[in-house]
Design a protein around this ligand. Structure first.
Ligand code: TPP
Length: 627
């Protein structure tokens, strides 16, 4: 039996000897590497925090003490130390362990995370709740240097400095976001680490150690690298009202445990700056922390992954952005810490002066883009659907109200698969569609994505959003030559049938066409329309088919509330056609779990058989004789 198998909760950790902790670190890394190799997931971030998680759980008492992992993609060691080893092999699979902390999964996950920079605010809330309820547990927020570039982290620090609650913020500084971390904050942290300021121990720490007696002073001597000599007064965090300690080596377990034990005693808000190595202990990940940030399946012996040759929508976006930049000298690209993941890496190489990674800061990315547009540039701003939620007000207030021209590339629209509920792009149709002046479209394949981006770049007015999924394009090869300009607000009819008209959006066009085949087997002939545009909506086509076919079905990968189906329904209302029977097939009204994208689409009925079944049941229930 491995040592890890004997750890059912952090309490078991306390009984281990010091050498056993080292052994446990080895086993945790091994388990994570083997599991991620089979299941895919985040690797380098987790390997970097093994000692950090061990030290936290050895010193603090979860679940009594509350530990929040910002983003939570680095929570695997925490999960392994909190009773989830047995189910760990189900990581990110359908109904298995989630890839992020989830409140419903464990009492050791006091606050769910996934979108970055939330931990300080959430931890402060927990600390305030603790004090008002007369409790006395500790609250710990672990935040990466990448997540610290998000404005919300500073909103939390600002409030923490005011409320002065007892709480520990651990800054896990590995100088990496997904790619190397950039920006003034990153540079500042590097300076802090590089030019350590050796100063006298602050008076309160002296007092504290005095209070704790000789043993504590001896311990402090042992960890002098960490605590005694490395207090850096006057640093930004101190100015904000936190006590700043560090930077210390986050892989030195003794140092970490000793430091945390000391800091546990400090009364107000404390920030401990810990330096770690992303991918620590696994050579391939140490050598390529960006490549191993989040990985597909790979060979754990060599680290080599079977490279998929499939081209994704993201690839097509990246290539088209370059074509647009070649055609329009005023086109620039903006990403919020997702250079690789949004397919903009080649753009950043080819047009370094016209490329902006603004950090993990979507709100800023959008308003910055609005500024670029106001200044006469054409920003192509690539943000995942789920993260663009953050920038809703910026899209309304800074872009749309001012009728500024920006191209929003809304990647990962629809179900993203294994990253689960907090990352599905389930809402963007609803939250973009309602904004006056917005143009919103979704392609059904790679060629159409290219055409839509090209159309967006030529569009003369206001913001244009193109949403596309985390998926391979259906084509083997895109046609040669330049992209086409699509007629704005015009749909494309792909198949004619007299019993029902399926209006499908983007990814739902292919299954709708297959569903039409299945319906034909049941004697139902279906029209299939590739909607292309959510706004402006092809009202003429809708009214026409309402009149000629009479029964409409909308199919979309978005929640039904406010989605494409709602747009069609409102259009029918406006045209005095509200009596037209309309079935809206969409994502469910609940949050969708994690699992493979295909599995999830099947589960929610957004595959061809699901669409055909729902349509047929509906037609039958509307008392047509399709039996
Ligand atoms: C709001 C938001 N934007 C983007 C992301 C995507 N993302 C996940 S992890 C990550 C980098 C995190 O860097 P850091 O906090 O330093 O953690 P590390 O992986 O380096 O340990 C990013 C950009 C996110 N989770 N949330």
């Amino acid at each position: 039996m491995s040592l890890l198998e004997t750890i059912h909760s952090p309490a078991d950790l306390k009984a281990l000897t010091r050498p056993q902790l080292d052994q446990l670190a080895v086993e945790i890394r091994h388990t994570i590497i083997q599991t991620v190799a089979r299941r895919a997931g985040h690797l380098a971030p987790n390997l970097g925090v093994v000692e950090l998680a061990l030290a936290i759980h050895r010193v603090f008492d979860s679940p009594r003490d509350k530990i929040i992992w910002d983003v939570g993609h680095q929570s695997y060691p925490h999960k392994l130390l909190t009773g989830r080893l047995e189910r760990f092999d189900t990581l990110r699979t359908l109904d298995g362990i989630a890839g992020y902390p989830v409140r419903s999964e464990s009492e050791h996950d006091p606050f769910g995370t996934c979108h970055g920079s939330t931990s300080i605010s959430a931890a402060l809330g927990l600390a305030v709740a603790r004090d008002l309820r007369g409790e006395d547990h500790h609250v710990v927020a672990v935040i990466g240097d990448g997540a610290l570039t998000g404005g919300m982290a500073f909103e939390g620090l600002n409030n923490l400095g005011e409320l002065k609650k007892r709480m520990l913020v651990i800054l896990n500084d590995n100088e990496m976001s997904i790619s190397p971390n950039i920006g003034a904050i990153a540079r500042y942290l590097t300076r802090l680490t590089a030019h350590r300021v050796y100063r006298q121990i602050e008076r309160d720490v002296y007092e504290l150690l005095g209070r704790l007696g000789k043993r504590a002073q001896k311990a402090a001597h042992r960890i002098k690298e960490g605590l005694a000599n490395l207090i850096v007064p006057g640093v930004l965090f101190e100015e904000l009202g936190l006590k700043y300690y560090g930077p210390i080596d986050g892989h030195d377990l003794d140092l970490m445990m000793g430091t945390l034990a000391e800091l546990k005693q400090v009364p107000g808000p404390v920030l401990l700056h810990v330096v770690t190595r992303k991918g620590k202990g696994y050579a391939p990940a140490e050598g390529d922390a960006t490549g191993f940030h989040g990985v597909g399946m790979f060979d754990p012996e060599t680290g080599s992954a079977s490279k998929s040759s499939a081209r994704t929508y993201t690839h097509v976006f990246g290539e088209t952005a370059i074509e647009i930049a070649k055609r329009f000298p005023h086109a620039v690209a903006v990403t919020a810490a997702m250079t690789d993941n949004t397919g903009l890496k080649p753009f950043s190489k080819q047009f370094p002066d016209r490329f902006f990674d603004v950090g993990m800061a979507e709100e800023h990315a959008v308003t910055f883009s609005a500024g670029l547009a106001a200044g006469g540039l054409l920003p192509i701003t690539a943000i995942y659907s789920t993260f663009l939620q953050r920038a809703f007000d910026q899209i309304v207030h800074d872009v749309a109200v001012q009728d500024l021209r920006i191209v929003l590339a809304v990647d990962r629209a629809g179900l993203v698969g294994e990253d689960g509920a907090p990352q599905h792009g389930a809402f963007d149709v609803s939250y973009l569609r309602m904004i006056p002046g917005m143009t919103l479209m979704q392609p059904r394949n790679g060629e159409e994505l290219r055409d839509m981006l090209w159309t967006a770049a030529h569009h003369e007015k206001g913001p244009v959003a193109v949403r596309f999924p985390r998926a391979s394009i259906p084509e083997e090869k895109l046609p040669e030559g330049e992209a086409r300009l699509l007629p704005v607000g015009i749909s494309e009819q792909l198949r004619a049938g007299g019993d029902v008209a399926l209006f499908a959006l983007g990814t739902m066009v292919a299954p709708a066409l297959k569903a039409a085949d299945l319906l034909a087997e049941q004697g139902v002939s279906a029209t299939v329309v590739n909607a292309r545009f959510v706004c402006p909506l092809d009202e003429r086509a809708i009214a026409g088919l309402a009149a000629s076919v009479g029964r409409l079905v909308t199919v979309e990968e978005n929640v039904p509330m406010g989605g494409f189906g709602s747009a069609v329904s409102e259009c029918l209302d406006r045209g005095g056609l509200s009596a037209t029977p309309l079935l809206r097939i969409a994502l469910p009204e609940q949050f969708v779990t994690h699992g493979q994208r295909d599995q999830l689409l099947q589960r929610v009925g957004l595959d061809a058989p699901g669409i055909a079944r729902r349509t047929l049941d509906w037609l039958r229930s509307t008392q047509r004789q399709y039996t």
